[in-house]
Design a protein around this ligand. Sequence first.
Ligand SMILES: Cc1cc2nc3c(=O)[nH]c(=O)nc-3n(C[C@H](O)[C@H](O)[C@H](O)COP(=O)(O)OP(=O)(O)OC[C@H]3O[C@@H](n4cnc5c(N)ncnc54)[C@H](O)[C@@H]3O)c2cc1C
Length: 386
Amino acid sequence: MDFNFTEEQTMLRDMVRKFVDKEVKPVAQQIDKEHNVDLIKGILKKGAELGLLGIPFPEAYGGANMGETGYCVLLEELSRGCASTSVTVGAHIGLAGTSILLGGSEEQKKKFLTPLAQGEKLGAYALTEPGAGSDAANIQLSAVEDGDDYILNGTKLWITNGDIADIVVVYGVTNPELRAKGGITAFIVETDTPGFSANRIEDKMGLRGSATSELVFQDMRVPKANVLGQVGMGFVIAMQTLDESRLSLAAATIGAAKELIAMSVSFATKRIAFNRPIAQFQAIQFMIAEMTAEVYQMESIVYRTAWMYDQGTKIPREGAICKLFCSEALDRIVDKAVQIHGGNGFMGEHPVERFYRDSRVNRIFEGTSEVQKMVIAEDVLKKGTY
Ligand SMILES: Cc1cc2nc3c(=O)[nH]c(=O)nc-3n(C[C@H](O)[C@H](O)[C@H](O)COP(=O)(O)OP(=O)(O)OC[C@H]3O[C@@H](n4cnc5c(N)ncnc54)[C@H](O)[C@@H]3O)c2cc1C
């Protein structure tokens, strides 16, 4: 066993940390207050120059070949600064790019993954619909074969990057009788195609700098060459992509959690009550201890699972465990961080308030906590053992 990061991974962490301190943290509050997606786009442009948008992908497709572990390091560090930025990158790499990496032909990977990895184009992943979230097999967007094309009609909802993306991986129904068992197909959609439109949804509890959109497809033609992988294999690609992205989402929660501990320690050592810093009270120390114990568990399961994924192991159960545990742990941690900050933690000028709002969605998107439990239980029941 070797629990050390490689020299390359450590260098990546140092580089991203400096990048976040210089480019992300100073504007994170402004991104949130102004719902400023353009600031995030600017950060992505600078990140792309450092090769950050292709961290997990093979060099053959413009990536840095640093695998899942490298990608988890990237998201962890980004999340110390700004969840909206981290989620924008997550939808681009972990959802759109990973779908193409897992499902695409060699030609599709060269044509569509390379510009994503190099940051020339931005990606999104569109599965959820107004009537189908947890029950993703029940999507209705129709994809009907017509000559050399498929014609797409339907609506996708709450799609991260939806209105700023150049490429959206869209999941539609090609055979309504088969549905998840061979009737759902993934399409690589270029957003300048006639029949595609997107409307941004601004009013959100958190992630206010992240573009969340409704996508409308009206008689939109997609060439058959843009069918991702095989017709009917879309649901498999969608779920395998989520296995990976649930893990990287969990990595992102670690960065936020560590930042919250740092903020809490800094506050508790300066804030005076009853003639002493509040850090001297055992009640505060216990909260800091509990937060720290949670982070140790989060780090342990996430990087163990990233290592497994990089060895080629499939991780549906482990990805779901990481997502479930880490998203719930972050909510416990951020709640304590607000408590330690007292009234200051409730005020919009303090970043801890933003972290509190941004953290909540981790228990909802990419599969709710209940869905993660369903995935874990199904796997355990199938195997009959741990
Ligand atoms: C900010 C944001 C960004 C998003 N980005 C994307 C994106 O980029 N791409 C994309 O495709 N989607 C995206 N989503 C959608 C997200 O994945 C869904 O919101 C999520 O999967 C849950 O679906 P739902 O909201 O329809 O909830 P529902 O499915 O309506 O669930 C409501 C409640 O019922 C529970 N529930 C449902 N079924 C069961 C069951 N069988 N057993 C027990 N409990 C159950 C759920 O756990 C939940 O508590 C995003 C959502 C948000 C909020």
